[in-house]
Every structure is written in structure tokens, then in C-alpha cells.
Write a protein that binds this ligand. Structure first.
Ligand code: NAD
Length: 399
């Protein structure tokens, strides 16, 4: 109950993050048509999607958009084919008016691709996190980028809690024994700890990071810390008892558990790298469900393999789908511990899919009706960043 109150507090008190005064969506009256070409790049659902219609984020079920698009005379192109010049994505983006992409199977909208997209007015991220779109290029072309803010933040916060527990309690080693017909308790317990009494810190204390802090309170940690250039309002910080640490190395040196919950932008790429991963406490844990490229792949794998940190886990990878050779697939600490990686799915639970599918449709309907968008969903608009979450921008440089 208290946690719910704190969430509402954060929504009302902290989240002017993305709230410039409600301005109408770009006036496209000269260029927006009532019927247009919508291109959706989503992941294939295969057999699962035919059996489970709630898999809305798939090419098969296309966010529940198909009937609406047809009834309103829009041309809807749906594909998962996204890599290379001959891909359906690169072919159709050239004359699409609206582009839908998803972080789970990202259509990487590079500057070159956006330069080629002569009719593109609106890029909607079905989910949260628009780093797969070159936001500076979107600004240059005055393409509006919107995401369904908040749609899967609980889904991710729960996944963070799960991953932390899997690592801290050395679950994987125990599970492998259980299904492999083995029983050697000491081999599990030698790397298993309680979460209670640990120092837990989040990089980024926005919607997800704050929800992790809220959930963490129940585990009775020694202390909760956060590292974010935006301070939590005093009351929100007090509610969860979180202390802000302004220097990253200082923060890393104090945490037993670090959870990464900030967007990927120029200022957070490689934020955890070979120079500072050694500043993490020996025998600590690192969890990243934000974006793979925030943590340097080689540096993290080395820290796990060498045993400096007890484990790394998350669901996000620098390039998705991730190649079979990625070091995070095989990394393993001493005694087989410390790998809690999964494919990118934390924010695409069936509950989350319903929310981001509905949100995507609403954004597109607003666009075609010429209605203003919910300011919280806007990432870039009218050639400018509409949110403060994608970097503190001084003279165009993010930090
Ligand atoms: P949010 O905008 O509510 O919060 C982001 C916070 O990060 C903000 O408080 C911002 O100030 C902070 N931040 C930005 N740059 C920073 C920096 N350099 N150092 C420290 N803090 C910084 O966003 P959110 O809804 O909490 O989502 C955060 C990110 O999580 C998304 O951008 C996305 O990349 C990721 N995400 C992943 C999944 C998934 O399925 N794994 C789903 C949703 C979101």
C-alpha cells in the first residue's frame, strides 16, 4: 500500500521529467494525410502467436492494429525483416508516414535510414526506450518520436527483483543440480547470500528505478542508494529511504548490488566499462535490464569470469537478437556461478503487451486526428528533446 502511494507520489511529484507544457503535436496539416502508410517492425510470434492471441507485440497479432488500419484506409506493412539494405524495413521506411518499432526486436533507425525516410512524421516505440532510433537525426528531420511511457515499468521492476534474487541466492547452480539429478548443497551454498542487510543502488531513479527501490524496502536492506542527475523529490526519497550519491565511482564502491535503470544515450553508452568495473565492490552483483550497451560486454564478462563480481544478469543486449558468440552467453564465475542472462523479454509480459499495444494505437490515432499527444510519451518533437531523461544536453552533448 505504501509502495503504491510512493509510486503515485513519484508520478505526480517527480515526473515533470517529460512534461513540457502540453503543446499540440506538430502541425502536420500541410503534410499529414488522413490515410497513410504505417510500417510496423515487430518480432515473429510463430506457433506461440497463433495459440496465444494476447501476444499482441508480434507480427502476427500486430498490436491489435490491423482492423483499425483497414477500416480507416491506412496501408499497414508488418515485418520482422529489419537488417540490411534489402530488408523490408529499409525498403518500406522510405515512403512510410508512421513507423512502429519495438525494443524487443529493434528496427535500428540510423541516421542513414532516417535520411532516406522522406515521408516519415512519427516514430512510435511500442514499449519504453527509443535508443534504437537516432534521436538527433529524428530531430534534424523533425520526426516526432513517442513511446508508451510507463507501459511496462512494473514488468521490468519485477524482473529486476527476480534477477537480483537469482544471483544473490545462487539459484542457477541449485536449479542445475535439481534438473541434472545431482545433490551437493555445499556447492550451492558456498556462493549463496541473503539480500537482507546489503547495500542496493540504482543507476537511474525514474519510473523503473524508483519502483525497484520501493520493492527493495521489503527486503530490509542496509541502505538504498541512487545515482541520477535528477534528484528525487525529498518526500519520494524519504518514503523509500534512498540516499543520492553524485559520483559514479563512489556509488559503485558502496553498493553490494547495482541495478541499471537509465536510458541508453551518448552519456550512458559504456557507462560501466573496463576502467570502472574494478571500482565495484569485490563480491558484488550487477543487474542491467535497461540497455545492453550501457555495460561494456567484455569488461563485464571479464569481471564475472575472474570472480571480481559474483554475477551479472539482465535481459538486454547490445545488438538484438544477440549473436550466439556474445560473451554474456558463456560467461561464468568460479564454481559455475553468476550468469542470469535471458533474451529481452522483461517488458513484454502478456500484461505489458496489452498496455503498450493500447498505448501505441492511441498515439497513432491522436496523430491522424491531429490531437495533442500525452506529453509524458514524447521523446523528441519539433526538432527538440521533449524529455530530460535522454541526457543532460549542453550544447548538444549529452552526459
Ligand atoms: P524514466 O525516463 O522514467 O527514468 C530514467 C531515469 O534515468 C531518469 O530519472 C533520468 O534522469 C535517469 N538518467 C538518464 N541519464 C542518466 C545518467 N547519465 N546517469 C544516471 N541517471 C540517468 O525511464 P524508465 O521508464 O525508468 O525506463 C528506463 C529505461 O529502462 C528505458 O529508457 C529503457 O532503456 C529501459 N527499459 C527496458 C525494458 C526491458 O524490457 N528490459 C522495458 C522498459 C524500459
Amino acid at each position: 500500500f505504501a509502495a503504491r502511494n510512493a509510486s503515485s507520489l513519484l508520478r505526480t511529484a517527480v515526473k515533470p521529467i517529460a512534461t513540457p507544457s502540453p503543446a499540440p503535436l506538430r502541425n502536420f496539416s500541410s503534410s499529414r494525410t488522413n490515410m497513410g502508410k504505417i510500417l510496423a517492425v515487430l518480432y515473429d510470434g510463430g506457433k506461440a502467436a497463433s495459440e496465444e492471441p494476447r501476444l499482441l507485440g508480434t507480427t502476427e497479432n500486430v498490436l491489435g492494429l490491423r482492423d483499425w488500419a483497414k477500416e480507416n484506409g491506412h496501408e499497414l506493412i508488418v515485418t520482422s525483416d529489419k537488417e540490411g539494405e534489402g530488408s523490408e524495413f529499409q525498403k518500406h521506411v522510405k515512403d512510410a508516414e508512421v513507423l512502429i518499432t519495438t525494443p524487443f526486436h529493434p528496427g535500428y533507425a540510423t541516421k542513414k535510414i532516417l535520411d532516406s525516410a522522406k515521408n516519415l512524421k512519427l516514430a512510435v516505440t511500442a514499449g519504453v526506450g527509443s535508443d534504437h532510433i537516432d534521436l538527433n537525426a529524428a530531430n534534424e528531420h523533425k520526426i516526432t518520436v513517442a513511446e508508451v511511457s510507463g507501459s511496462n515499468v512494473v514488468s521490468v521492476a519485477e524482473h529486476v527483483m527476480m534477477t537480483i534474487l537469482i544471483l544473490v541466492r545462487n539459484y542457477n547452480v541449485g536449479h542445475e543440480q535439481a534438473v541434472g539429478g545431482k545433490w551437493q548443497v555445499s556447492d550451492i551454498a558456498r556462493d549463496a547470500y541473503d539480500l537482507e542487510g546489503k547495500v542496493v543502488g540504482t543507476i537511474g531513479a525514474g519510473r523503473i528505478g524508483y519502483r525497484v527501490l520501493e520493492r527493495m524496502v521489503a527486503f530490509n536492506p542496509k541502505e538504498l542508494l541512487y545515482y541520477d542527475y535528477t534528484a528525487l523529490p525529498d518526500e519520494a526519497a524519504k518514503k523509500v529511504g534512498a540516499r543520492r550519491v553524485e559520483d559514479l565511482n563512489d556509488f559503485l564502491g558502496q553498493c553490494d548490488v547495482v541495478t541499471v535503470n537509465c536510458p541508453l544515450h551518448e552519456g550512458t553508452r559504456d557507462l560501466i566499462n573496463k576502467d570502472n568495473v574494478g571500482k565495484m565492490k569485490k563480491n558484488s552483483w550487477l543487474v542491467n535490464t535497461a540497455r545492453g550497451a550501457i555495460c561494456n560486454s567484455e569488461a563485464v564478462a571479464e569481471a564475472v569470469n575472474s570472480g571480481h563480481i559474483l554475477g551479472y544478469g539482465g535481459d538486454v543486449w547490445e545488438v538484438q537478437p544477440s549473436p550466439a558468440s556474445h560473451p554474456w552467453r558463456k560467461m561464468l564465475g568460479p564454481h559455475g556461478r553468476g550468469n542470469a542472462m535471458v533474451p529481452h523479454y522483461s517488458g513484454t509480459t502478456l500484461d505489458a503487451q496489452k498496455r503498450y499495444a493500447d498505448g501505441t494505437i492511441e498515439i497513432i490515432k491522436n496523430y491522424y486526428a491531429g490531437k495533442p499527444q500525452n506529453p509524458a510519451n514524447l521523446i523528441v518533437e519539433n526538432g527538440e528533446y521533449a524529455t530530460k531523461a535522454y541526457g543532460q544536453r549542453k550544447k548538444g552533448v549529452a552526459s
